[in-house]
Design a protein around this ligand. Structure first.
Ligand code: NAP
Length: 350
């Protein structure tokens, strides 16, 4: 299998470290360059990065020099986990210089010609790349993954929307601390506490959900015509975002129909056998007290989402709880799966 050299922008952060960890033994991608802020530049990755994940920092990256996030970078493809405020200019300049940019940040997610990709849900949206290629003939382009809470929400909604149509969804999230990056929320603010505000998060979930579930028509995405309402909370959990979700369906369905649609969900990444694709994208649990972050975030190596508490609802039609690993399925793992899909479908040949 051909190996591509990848650069990681924001390599020292929470998501950057996940990239490094998940790419350690990857069959197609090997880390050849790392970039971060001027705080880290000029040091080796081993010196600059305060490793926060369980297990050791992979030996192969320890001696890589941390560079500024600017081209030229010694790699074929760029994974970006830069903060949103600097991502727009930086990612745009890499794409203009001919690099494929697979981004976690929110900077380009809602741009009309940028795929906001969940490989199991909207791989057809990759056709938007033709539009980017009309504007940018360097060979570079940008593909983004959604917000970490949007990914798990939309993965759970997609099979229900396909089978019964969803006209309205209300989601209340309980989001882990690692979602705020490092060092994130001050311990004195979150111990013994829940914070009912995460800047920009509710708007992202509401707009991104409609784009991902929308249709590709005439080189643009027609957003799904559903009402989406999100309320977001930061909770004292290390990893694993959760959401309590209520849905209103367009067509009548029984509880067992919903359970079957979720549990049997299977899509292109599974058919293609992509390296990071979980064999089962959605696990449906029947226990009354699942999903839980501590017990369920590592399902499918962090790439499977878990749905539980599926019941009829007294206000909308049905309700459930969904959970996923925010830095794996919600960030680095999602971006790596996006890159695997691009290669498998021939959208990028290196
Ligand atoms: N955490 C999650 O669960 C999650 C999920 C989905 C998406 N995201 C998105 O992913 C991105 C990274 O999040 P994170 O949680 O990994 O944040 P983080 O832990 O704060 O890491 C930020 C990274 O960006 C680098 N950086 C900061 N300012 C920079 C600058 N001016 N120039 C170059 N590099 C700079 C940092 O380098 P230094 O170490 O040198 O400061 C670090 O490598 C954000 O856009 C976030 O919204 C995060």
């Amino acid at each position: 299998m051909k190996k591509y050299r990848v650069g990681i922008l924001g390599a020292t952060g929470m998501v950057g470290q996940r990239f490094i960890q998940l790419l350690e033994h990857h069959p197609q991608f090997e880390v050849s360059a790392v970039a971060a802020s001027d705080r880290s530049q000029g040091k080796t990755y081993g010196e600059a990065c305060s490793w926060r994940l369980t297990g050791e920092m992979p030996p192969a990256v320890r001696s890589l020099p941390v560079q500024p996030p600017a081209s030229p970078l010694d790699c074929d493809l760029v994974f970006s986990s830069l903060p949103g405020d600097i991502a727009r200019e930086t990612e745009g300049s890499f794409a203009a210089a001919g690099y494929p940019v697979i981004s976690n940040s929110s900077a380009y997610r809602m741009d009309e010609d940028v795929p906001l990709l969940i490989p199991e849900v909207n791989h057809q949206h990759l056709d938007l790349l033709a539009r980017q290629r009309q504007q940018n003939t360097s060979g570079g382009f940008i593909v983004t993954n959604p917000n970490c809470s949007t990914i798990m929400l939309v993965l759970a909604l997609a099979p229900l929307h396909a089978a019964f149509g969803i006209s309205a969804v209300a989601a209340t999230t309980l989001q882990a601390l690692s979602g705020a990056g490092y060092p994130g929320v001050a311990s004195l603010d979150i111990l013994d506490n829940v914070l009912p505000y995460i800047g920009g998060e509710e708007e992202k979930i509401e707009s991104e959900t409609k784009k991902i579930l929308g249709h590709y028509v005439d080189q643009r995405i027609e957003p799904a015509p559903m009402a989406v309402s999100a309320q977001c909370h930061r909770v004292n959990v290390m990893d694993g975002h959760m959401a309590a979700v209520r849905v209103k369906l367009e067509r009548k369905a029984e509880l067992h129909d919903l359970r079957e649609a979720l549990a049997s969900f299977y899509s292109l990444p599974q058919e293609l056998g992509l390296h990071s694709a979980p064999p089962v994208p959605i696990v449906v649990r029947e226990e009354q007290d699942r999903p839980q972050p501590k017990l369920d975030r590592d399902a499918g190596n962090g790439m499977t989402i878990t749905v539980g508490r599926l019941r009829e609802d007294t206000v909308l039609d049905y309700r459930f709880v969904v959970l996923s690993h925010n830095t794996i399925r919600g960030a680095a793992g999602a971006a790596i799966l996006n890159a695997e899909l691009l290669v498998a479908l021939g959208h990028w040949t290196g």
